[in-house]
Ligand binder design. Sequence first.
Ligand code: GRF
Length: 191
Amino acid sequence: MKRACLAVFASGSGSNYQAIVEACKDGRIDADVVLLVCDKPGAKVLERAKIFGTESFAFNPKDYASREEFETVIADMLDERGVDYVCLAGYMRIVGKVLLERYAQRIVNIHPSLLPSFKGAHAIQDAVDYGVKIFGVTTHFVDETLDGGRIIDQGAVVYEGSDIEELTNLIHNIEHKLYVKTINKLINNKY
Ligand code: GRF
């Protein structure tokens, strides 16, 4: 049977991209990352993709007339490479209808909060500001809303300290394991 093909979309550092690729390479995920899509041409994730030998497509959304236009280019690339699932990993952009229609129920995201609490780009800081003690991570199917869509997995950690960097590291460690679990569910149709 053909190994599942994954694409990862990221805009920043790419620690989740790396966690997914490492799990594919060492057999914890029975799939290959065949494409990295990045909307920030200088992002660190592109360096990681070079190191791990993943083909990357870096683009500047401003070079396209509309989201539909760049999503059509991306969707064609995904089709050409036989991508089964798209994993958003710090992709700081709402996914539009072109990708959602072509990859319906096959696009997932990871978010650093226990959704539906604390959607948006500053989830960890927002949770700290709110006085939260149980922090967490959520993987979910992607729809047209910000951090919406049905939840697949969640992981949690109790943290009562005040060091945001320490907390962020704890959350990232959960993310890296949780995404592996979620991708395995997807490729084995057990979600
Ligand atoms: C992660 O916290 C992820 O949950 C969020 O963006 C961050 C990306 O981190 N969506 P990295 O680029 O994978 O290190």
